[in-house]
Design a protein around this ligand. Sequence first.
Ligand code: ATP
Length: 374
Amino acid sequence: MATIELEGLTKRFGKVTALTDVSFTVNDGEFFCLLGPSGAGKTTTLKCVAGLVEPDGGTVRIDGVDVADVEPTHRHLAMCFESYALYPQYNVFDNMASPLRSPRMRLPEAEVRQRVSRVAELLGIDQLLDRSITQLSNGQRQRVALGRVLVRPAHAYLLDEPLAHLDAKLRSTMRAELKAISRGDGTADAGRTTTIYVTHDYVEALSLADRIGVIRHGRILQVGTPTEVWAKPVNAFVALAFGKPRMNILQGTLVARDDGVRFVSRDGAVEVPTPAVDAQPGEAVQLGIRPRDVTLHLGAGDPPPGRVRLDGVVYVLEHLGRQTEVTVQIGENLVSLVASRSVARSLRQDDKVGILVDPTTTHVFLAGDEGKRV
Ligand code: ATP
C-alpha cells in the first residue's frame, strides 16, 4: 500500500494546457476516483503518477518520496489504461500471468496459478482462461486487461476507465466486484490497496470512491467524500456533475425582504427563502434544487410547514421505468422532479400543478458556469 501525493502539477502539450496546479493526496489504502468530462486531464494526471508523462512543474510523491527520478517500472504501480494491450498470440491465462512471469517478478508457477485463478473468478472470466484473446468480445478483453493489473502485487493500482466497454448490467456487477477488491476481499493480496480510478461516470464514482476529485479543464475543482460532493458541491459545475435528472439551476438575484433574504428568479415567477448564504442582496446568483428534493403538490391546500409552494404547468413528462421525470414550467423557469408512475399517470402536458420546495435543501451559487457556492 502507498500514499500518493500530487502537488502543483502542471503539464502543457504544445499550446494545450492539460493540467494546472493539480494537487491532491490519496491516502494509504484509499479508493480515489478522479471524475471529469472528456479532455479534463484525468489520463494525463494518472500518467504523471505512473511516470509515463513528465510534468512541467510540480511534484509526485509516493510514500513521501519525490519520484521525479524514479523509472515507471520502479514505482511499484499496476496500471490499466483504456486502450488495453493484450498479447493476441497468448490465451487468457497466459495474458494474465505474463506480468507475474516477467524477469523482474518471476513468481513461482504455483503462485502464478493461484493469483490468476483468484482474480479470474472475481472478474467472471474463469471460464475463459483457455480461450485465445482473438476469440473474446471487447468487454471480455477489457476484463482480461483489468485482471492482468489486479493479479500483480503493487503498492497502488492506477485504473483508467476500466469498465468503459462493458454493458450496463456487467458494469454494475463489476462495480460491486471492484468495491470488494478495493476492500481487499478478493485481490491477489490481502488488505486494501491504494487505487486511483479514472472515470467520467458519476454513478461509478459515487458507488466506488472513498473520496472523489472532480477535475475540469485541467484543474481540480473539489475533493471530497461522495456525501460531501453530493451535499455540498463547491460550484454549479460540480453540482451538475452528480445526479440524474441533473440539479435544477434557476437564474436570479438575492433580494432582501422583511423576513430575510430570498432568491427571486429573473422573471420574478419563483421566490424562495434562501438558507443562510454568504452573499449580499442584489447579487446575481443561481438557485440549485435537486429533482429528488422537489415534490408535487396536487390540489389546493396550504403547503406543509417549512415548504414553499410554487405554481406552474406540466411542461414535459418522461417515463423512466417505475418513475417519471416531470418538468414543470414556472414562468420562464423549468423545474424537474421525479414522481412515482402512479402519481404521474394522472398528469397531462399543460396541466396546472403545484410543487413543493424545502428551502433548507436548496443550494445557492454565484452566477456563471463555475459560480461558487455561497
Ligand atoms: P478522456 O476522458 O477523453 O480520456 P481525459 O480527462 O483523460 O479525457 P487527457 O487525456 O488527460 O483528458 O487530456 C487532457 C488534455 O490534454 C486534452 O485537451 C488532450 O487533448 C490533451 N493531450 C493529452 N495528451 C496529449 C498529447 N500526448 N499531445 C497533445 N495533447 C495531449
